[in-house]
Ligand binder design. Structure first.
Ligand SMILES: C[S@@+](CC[C@H](N)C(=O)[O-])C[C@H]1O[C@@H](n2cnc3c(N)ncnc32)[C@H](O)[C@@H]1O
Length: 312
């Protein structure tokens, strides 16, 4: 009885409401050099309480259980130490879908949303094609195949995706994301090196399209990346060799062997890689001469689409 009486006032003293935590979080993050401190504090609280951001703004007087406050304090320390927000909350939004992420995979980026948009437009240009067979190389958290399958789910098109990654952790996470977002029946996951799992073509047939956001950071760029990326995100997902083009060389050389005639190769590229990647494609006579490129909202070149010749 006396123990209970002793505990109760302590608990009440610890109790804080959402508004207080928001102010504390913002000040703490700002004091530790986080630029978007208010937005990040709101986001952390919304994940902590499993609520929409609007709930955080509207319910400032709502008390927060002490166990959650402890977690919030831990998260603030992690964030101030440079851990990316997404590795703390465990999630990243990609084209309106919530993807689980861990520090073993790249945090999905908006540039990749553009790549996905372009691929969706390409597929939509052939409304008569009901069955589309695609390959994603370097699947990471699974954003590319899962978003595409999700988009076409109720659109009378059957997407048969194959997805490969050299990292077993990436394959595990991407499979979990596929299940969470109800696309597991459309995507076959393989752990392996680039095209290696698909060498036995009689088993896989040919692909209508190959998509990849491969590692493309050069050694020099790597040395100059912000700590938040270089110290926390996996080098395996970022480093593309001395000049950043090792993966493009292999993918462009080998893709025609795995594509149907007229099939497409869609690649995300670094903003200074358009010329070199276009040259690699033009040097390969299996591809049509015309190459499509696309830019991000800052007018940087961020993607390339090439087509295999109809006969070769
Ligand atoms: C830039 S990340 C892209 C991840 C994801 N597709 C996205 O857009 O967020 C590149 C991915 O390629 C994978 N990777 C690296 N080397 C590979 C290889 N030799 N074969 C297959 N995948 C590889 C990495 O593990 C990583 O998941």
């Amino acid at each position: 009885m006396s123990a209970l009486l002793l505990k109760k006032p302590g608990k009440q003293m610890n109790a804080k409401c959402i508004g207080e935590l928001l102010i504390k979080g913002e000040l703490f993050l700002k004091g530790n050099g986080i630029i978007d401190a208010e937005q990040e504090a709101v986001l952390l609280l919304s994940y902590l309480l499993s609520r929409e951001r609007s709930y955080i703004y509207i319910n400032r007087n709502m008390p927060v259980p002490s166990i959650k406050i402890e977690k919030f304090n831990q998260w603030l320390k992690m964030r101030s130490g440079g851990t990316p927000l997404q590795y703390i909350t465990g999630f990243q939004n990609f084209m309106g879908l919530e993807f689980a992420v861990t520090k073993k995979v790249l945090i999905p980026r908006p540039e990749t949303e553009l790549l996905v948009e372009k691929v969706i437009q390409l597929i939509e240009m052939f409304p008569e094609r009901k069955q589309i067979c695609l390959l994603d190389i370097g699947v990471g958290s699974g954003v590319i195949p899962i978003t595409i399958c999700h988009y076409f789910k109720d659109k009378n098109k059957n997407i048969d995706f194959h997805a490969v990654d050299i990292s077993s952790e990436a394959i595990g996470l991407a499979s979990r994301n596929a299940r969470r977002l109800h696309c597991q029946n459309n995507i076959h996951f393989f752990q392996g090196n680039l095209f290696q799992p698909f060498r036995r073509k009689e088993q896989f047939g040919y692909f209508d399209g190959i998509i990849s956001n491969p590692p493309y950071i050069s050694k020099n760029e790597w040395d100059n990346l912000p700590d938040e990326i270089r110290l926390f995100e996996p080098a395996l997902a970022l480093l593309g060799g001395e000049k950043g083009i090792d993966f493009y060389k292999i993918i462009i050389k080998e893709a025609p062997e795995f594509l149907k005639p007229g099939g497409f190769l869609a690649l995300e590229i670094g903003h200074q890689q358009k010329n070199i990647v276009c040259r690699l494609i033009n040097d390969n006579t299996n591809f049509q001469e015309e190459i499509k490129t696309f830019r991000d909202y800052y007018q940087n070149d961020r993607g390339i689409i090439a087509f295999k010749r109809a006969s070769c």
